[in-house]
Design a protein around this ligand. Structure first.
Ligand SMILES: Cc1cc2nc3c(=O)[nH]c(=O)nc-3n(C[C@H](O)[C@H](O)[C@H](O)COP(=O)(O)O)c2cc1C
Length: 155
């Protein structure tokens, strides 16, 4: 399966996570591209295959700076993402109790509104927890791809 990982990050953690997920999925035979969200537009969803959003949360539950324009373009352009398979890896910190993982949630919400099929449950990594985000994300992504692959073949 072709998979595009779209990365929203402030201090690079989500990019590291995406790199490890790419390696794990590539080892299973998938063709994976990692794209930082900087300068992306909604038309990136015209790429074939499935999509993973890998993003942290900043400010008052906002998407990271490099994801703002991309998120805003999705909200404004409202492309029809019907038939597109997607998954969300969210990074956050539960010390921000009121806005915990809202960055991932915001992407989940707009993708769902635009008709994408969200495969699996959004991963919410907690930086105040005891696990490493890249390790949790690799385990999650290997399950996600097992769910997504048959759906991609059926499409
Ligand atoms: C200034 C600042 C604000 C943050 N705000 C939130 C927040 O509102 N909600 C949340 O869940 N995490 C928040 N975080 C935690 C980050 O999302 C988390 O540390 C993440 O792993 C960082 O990933 P990145 O390096 O890819 O940006 C914040 C972190 C910082 C430094």
């Amino acid at each position: 399966m072709q998979i595009t990982i779209l990365v929203g990050t402030m201090t690079g953690t989500a990019e590291i996570v995406a790199g490890d997920v790419k390696k794990a999925l590539a080892a299973e035979g998938h063709a994976v591209d990692v794209l930082l969200m900087d300068n992306l537009k909604a038309d990136v969803f015209q790429r074939p295959g499935a999509f993973l959003i890998c993003t942290s949360t900043y400010g008052q539950g906002d998407v990271p700076d490099n994801a703002r324009d991309f998120h805003a373009d999705l909200v404004a352009a409202r492309p029809d993402l019907g038939g597109k398979l997607a998954g969300v890896i969210g990074l956050g910190d539960s010390t921000y109790a009121d806005t915990y993982n809202h960055g991932g949630m915001q992407f989940e919400q707009i993708l769902s509104e635009l008709g994408a099929t969200l495969v699996g449950e959004r991963l919410a990594h907690n930086a105040s927890g005891t696990t490493l985000p890249e390790e949790d994300a690799v385990v999650w992504a290997l399950e996600w791809v097992k769910l997504a692959s048959p759906l991609a073949q059926a499409a």
